[in-house]
Design a protein around this ligand. Structure first.
Ligand code: PHE
Length: 339
């Protein structure tokens, strides 16, 4: 028995197990009812009386050593498992690269945030539209040049289905489906069949605004746009409204802001005029209200629309429109600190 105990002691000391199942097998082999150590305890009966004391001590020490070894191994497995759940071991050792928001998203969110402070909410509409929502309801006469094939992408040669050329189509959808007061902005992508260059692209982004209520006036429009310009480009910014023409607004205007690059002194960006154009606007034409089921005798409203790329160009001084859609990381990474 003495040699058997010594043998097992040595074995226990050297014991290793590579996983919890293996460890359980070891425990069963040594300590279960039919285990080797348990059977030594059974044999204890047959030990000569004068040896009983010594053997008893050795046996108990053996059992304790086995128990302790098994417990330590078990703990080490549990810990290993915990470590595994903490991190993905297949992950690259290099730090993860964090992306940045796209400059057009930054600008769009900023525009939305400014108008939300004036009580405007956001609505969206489809990019594939029909003639009614993009042109007819908006008072475009049939022979209007904007309907020309040069500007509009038609879908599957059907002259009625097209990619919207402006977000004003969402005005129509909203007026058809809601009752005034309406105070909304519509951000979205628009498409025009233009040759791609540094200053034109076949798709770009607009944010349109619409406010319809009783007694909305041109002065309300001016005030909202002045607030927007100062929030976006700084409190020193001045605005200028020039008479213009859009089929769906009357009167119509284009708005310039004082050039935020040369502060009105004149530079290449503002073509030495001190002013840069940023949006189109006007009072919604009564005929458009009527087309959309709103009574022009009771309600009036204003609308405006701006190009997001244009605002981004002014804000970040980017000079080539194509940069916004090329996904060049070197360009996009420069906006990491913007927000
Ligand atoms: N839809 C016009 C455009 O794309 C912009 C505009 C919107 C003008 C609303 C007036 C009112 O140029």
């Amino acid at each position: 028995m003495r040699t058997k105990i010594a043998q097992l002691r040595a074995e226990i000391e050297a014991l290793t197990a590579s996983n919890a199942e293996e460890l359980e097998k070891l425990r069963i082999r040594l300590l279960s009812k039919k285990g080797e150590i348990t059977s030594l305890f059974n044999d204890f009966r047959n030990v000569a009386n004068e040896e009983k004391r010594e053997m008893g001590v050795l046996l108990n020490e053996l059992k304790q050593a086995a128990q302790e070894k098994i417990n330590t191994l078990k703990e080490s497995f549990a810990k290993r498992q915990e470590d595994n759940t903490v991190g993905d071991l297949t992950r690259s050792a290099l730090p993860l690269k964090i992306g940045s928001r796209h400059p057009l998203s930054l600008v769009k969110h900023e525009i939305a945030a400014i108008f939300s402070r004036l009580g405007f909410s956001i609505a969206e509409g489809p990019e594939i539209e029909d003639d009614w929502h993009v042109f007819t309801a908006l008072n475009f006469p049939l022979e209007h040049p904007a309907r020309d094939m040069q500007d509009t992408f038609f879908v599957e040669r059907n002259p009625d289905i097209l990619l919207r050329t402006h977000t004003s189509s969402v005005q129509v959808r909203v007026m058809e489906n809601r009752k005034p007061p309406i105070r909304l902005i519509f951000p979205g992508r628009v498409y025009r069949n233009e040759a791609i260059s540094y200053r034109a692209h076949c798709f770009f982004h607009q944010v349109e605004g619409l406010y319809i209520d009783r007694e909305v006036s041109f002065a309300d429009l001016k005030q909202a746009l002045l607030y927007f310009a100062r929030e976006m480009f700084g409190s020193e910014t001045r605005i200028r409204l020039r008479p213009s023409y859009f089929p769906f607004t009357e009167p119509s205007a284009e708005m310039d802001i004082s050039c935020n690059i040369c502060h009105g002194k004149g530079c290449a960006f503002c073509k030495h005029s001190g002013w840069v154009e940023i949006l189109g606007c006007g009072m919604v034409d009564p005929n458009v209200l009527k087309n959309c089921g709103i009574d022009p005798e009771q309600y009036s409203g204003y609308a405006f629309g701006m190009g997001v790329e244009r605002i981004a160009n002014l804000k970040y001084r980017t000079k080539d429109l194509r940069l916004f859609s090329e996904n060049d990381i070197r360009f996009l990474e420069q906006f990491r600190a913007a927000f």
